[in-house]
Design a protein. Structure first.
Length: 75
Protein backbone atom coordinates (compact mmCIF):
# COMPACT_ATOMS: atom_id res chain seq x y z
CA UNK A 1 0.00 0.00 0.00
CA UNK A 2 1.53 3.27 -1.11
CA UNK A 3 -0.94 5.65 0.53
CA UNK A 4 -3.29 5.58 3.49
CA UNK A 5 -6.51 3.62 3.44
CA UNK A 6 -9.62 5.71 2.85
CA UNK A 7 -11.83 6.23 5.89
CA UNK A 8 -15.29 4.75 6.14
CA UNK A 9 -16.83 8.17 5.44
CA UNK A 10 -14.64 8.60 2.34
CA UNK A 11 -15.54 5.11 1.12
CA UNK A 12 -19.24 5.84 1.59
CA UNK A 13 -18.86 9.05 -0.43
CA UNK A 14 -17.07 7.08 -3.17
CA UNK A 15 -19.40 4.08 -3.10
CA UNK A 16 -20.27 4.29 -6.82
CA UNK A 17 -16.58 4.46 -7.74
CA UNK A 18 -15.85 1.49 -5.46
CA UNK A 19 -18.59 -0.51 -7.17
CA UNK A 20 -17.12 0.31 -10.59
CA UNK A 21 -13.65 -0.64 -9.33
CA UNK A 22 -14.91 -4.00 -8.07
CA UNK A 23 -16.70 -4.71 -11.36
CA UNK A 24 -13.48 -4.02 -13.27
CA UNK A 25 -11.75 -6.48 -10.92
CA UNK A 26 -14.42 -9.08 -11.81
CA UNK A 27 -16.19 -8.91 -8.45
CA UNK A 28 -19.98 -8.68 -8.43
CA UNK A 29 -22.23 -7.99 -5.43
CA UNK A 30 -22.63 -11.62 -4.38
CA UNK A 31 -18.91 -12.31 -4.60
CA UNK A 32 -18.10 -9.10 -2.67
CA UNK A 33 -20.46 -10.11 0.14
CA UNK A 34 -18.90 -13.59 0.15
CA UNK A 35 -15.38 -12.13 0.34
CA UNK A 36 -16.42 -9.82 3.21
CA UNK A 37 -17.91 -12.70 5.18
CA UNK A 38 -15.36 -15.45 4.52
CA UNK A 39 -12.14 -13.53 3.93
CA UNK A 40 -12.19 -10.05 5.50
CA UNK A 41 -8.42 -9.69 5.01
CA UNK A 42 -8.92 -10.06 1.23
CA UNK A 43 -11.67 -7.41 1.37
CA UNK A 44 -9.26 -5.10 3.22
CA UNK A 45 -6.63 -5.69 0.51
CA UNK A 46 -9.15 -4.71 -2.17
CA UNK A 47 -10.12 -1.57 -0.23
CA UNK A 48 -6.41 -0.70 0.15
CA UNK A 49 -5.90 -1.15 -3.60
CA UNK A 50 -8.93 1.05 -4.30
CA UNK A 51 -7.62 3.66 -1.84
CA UNK A 52 -4.24 3.71 -3.59
CA UNK A 53 -5.93 4.12 -6.97
CA UNK A 54 -8.12 7.00 -5.80
CA UNK A 55 -5.37 8.82 -3.91
CA UNK A 56 -2.83 8.40 -6.73
CA UNK A 57 -5.31 9.96 -9.14
CA UNK A 58 -5.94 12.86 -6.76
CA UNK A 59 -2.29 13.43 -5.86
CA UNK A 60 -1.24 13.39 -9.52
CA UNK A 61 -3.35 16.53 -10.03
CA UNK A 62 -1.55 18.48 -7.29
CA UNK A 63 0.83 21.06 -8.73
CA UNK A 64 2.17 22.44 -5.46
CA UNK A 65 1.52 22.46 -1.73
CA UNK A 66 1.44 25.52 0.46
CA UNK A 67 1.72 25.64 4.23
CA UNK A 68 1.44 28.75 6.33
CA UNK A 69 1.50 29.56 10.03
CA UNK A 70 2.60 32.52 12.12
CA UNK A 71 6.22 31.28 12.11
CA UNK A 72 6.50 29.35 8.84
CA UNK A 73 5.36 29.88 5.28
CA UNK A 74 6.51 27.36 2.69
CA UNK A 75 5.62 25.98 -0.73
Amino acid sequence: MRFRKLSKIELEALSEELIQFLVVQGIDDDLWRDINNKSPEKAEELVALFSDTVLQKGYSKVQYLRFGSEQVFSF
